[in-house]
Design a protein around this ligand. Structure first.
Ligand code: SF4
Length: 63
């Protein structure tokens, strides 16, 4: 699990709304500028996978 990394697949993100995954992240590691695809603060991310499970577009992946 520890060598996993959360990735954002910008191709899958419609980038037309506030990223709802920001609210499921327990540590506030997901940031978004405007409606752009979100970015991850890897210093904060604990690789819990909640955002990846949550994102309906499967734009967030823990692998
Ligand atoms: S894997 Fe967990 S800690 Fe990391 S960005 Fe997603 S919800 Fe936040």
């Amino acid at each position: 699990m520890n060598d996993m990394r959360l990735t954002v697949n910008k191709q899958r993100c419609p980038a037309d709304h506030k990223c709802p995954a920001m609210e499921v992240c327990p540590v506030g590691a997901i940031k978004q500028e405007g409606f752009n695809a979100p970015t991850i603060d890897y210093k904060k991310c604990i690789k819990c996978g909640k955002c990846a499970t949550f994102c309906p577009m499967k734009a967030l992946k823990l692998e």
